[in-house]
Design a protein around this ligand. Structure first.
Ligand code: TYM
Length: 331
């Protein structure tokens, strides 16, 4: 049986990018594999060193993931800091992670640009901690979005290096995974890049957004003045709306608007209305479940405690073996 693992930072609500990039794949995989899903609260300190309500955020994200279909009976759902053994593996992996390779990671360079006053060592070694998350359960597959591809590459490098250095075929070499083969990047509504929780107001649609908010955000999405020639290439904002449509709408709806676009008779307002309604049809049942689950503190605590226990069983065993391989011995 394969081991599947994925995670998310508790720095905001769950959005469509998180869902279609990672969670949807995980939910499907939990039926047939041994699955771990965790909330990366240690990681969140790299960008949010003084969180105002860390515990509350973790609880909210747990509730949202449960609502999105993670099943605590089928998967191990846990909080990263409830598995402190991961910090030891992180320390060990850091001894064989080179500063040069860490400095070349795109997400690190991005963060240096975004938070020049807080270029901390945790940011630089983010890939080592992420590798520790994955390797501590000896995962084979990691359902993630495209933005995490390079981190997975680093994880493979660290796993291979460890295996080579200690001459043991110990860690499996994990793969980033998506059911559709290609990793996906869900675009935002502001005409640029990806949907993200820190990309600015109106860029992301959260699963917790009510229908009114979703309609407002979609109607304000960036477009252009419309095509003037048959089969004209699309501008970024318009391309993004089509990408979102492909994710939430049926193929005939997509086809309908493609034909209208290619014949220069499209009205973006119509496309946006349809897109908003199709997003709502998809998110509304999840939103209702989020509201239900997040009001049940006892249930969330029970899930987290049960997850912590299962995660520690698996993680502590790996760290014990790693200590053994390297040569640490108890007196
Ligand atoms: P995070 O918290 O940024 O995002 C969680 C998951 O959502 C995916 N995602 C997207 N996918 C497609 N399109 C988007 N616009 C989009 N935005 C986010 C991310 O790819 C991710 O899969 N470093 C990770 C958390 C982490 C982790 C791990 C993941 C820590 N350790 C070990 C997997 C395995 C992160 O910051 O994800």
């Amino acid at each position: 049986m394969e081991i599947v693992l994925s995670g998310i930072r508790p720095t905001g609500n769950l959005h469509l990018g998180n869902y279609f990039g990672a969670v949807r794949n995980f939910v499907r995989m939990q039926e047939q594999n041994q699955c771990f899903f965790f909330i990366a609260d240690y990681h969140s300190l790299t960008t949010h060193p003084k969180p105002t309500d860390l515990h509350g955020n973790v609880k909210q994200v747990l509730a949202e993931y449960l609502a999105a279909g993670l099943d605590p009976e089928k998967s191990t759902l846990y909080v990263q800091s409830d598995l402190p053994e991961v910090a030891e593996l992180y320390l060990i992996l850091n001894m064989n992670a080179y500063v040069g390779e860490l400095e070349r990671v795109t997400t690190f360079k991005e963060k240096v640009r975004k938070q020049p006053d807080n270029v901390n060592a945790g940011l630089l070694t983010y890939p080592s901690l992420m590798a520790a998350d994955i390797l501590i359960h000896k995962a084979h597959k990691v359902p993630v979005g495209k933005d995490q591809e390079q981190h997975l590459e680093m994880t493979r490098t660290f796993a291979r290096r460890f295996n080579r250095m200690y001459q043991e075929d110990f860690f499996p070499i994990p793969q980033a995974y998506n059911f559709g083969a290609e990793l996906v990047k869900i675009p935002g509504l502001d005409g640029s890049g990806k949907m993200g929780k820190s990309e600015g107001e109106g860029n992301a649609i959260f699963l917790i957004d009510d229908p009114k908010t979703i309609r407002k955000k979609v109607m304000r999405a960036v477009t252009d003045t419309g095509p003037t020639q048959m089969n004209q290439p699309k501008t970024d904002g318009v391309e993004n709306l089509f990408t979102l449509l492909k994710v939430v709408s049926t193929p005939d709806v997509v086809e309908h608007f493609e034909v209208q676009y290619n014949n220069c008779i499209i009205r973006y307002g119509d496309l946006k209305k349809q897109l908003a309604e199709d997003i709502i049809a998809f998110t509304e049942p999840i939103r209702q479940r989020i509201l239900e689950i997040s009001s049940d503190d006892n249930y969330i605590s029970r899930v987290a405690r049960m997850g912590a226990e299962k995660a520690r069983e698996s993680g502590a065993a790996t760290v014990r073996e790693v200590r053994e391989i390297i040569g640490f011995r108890h007196f």
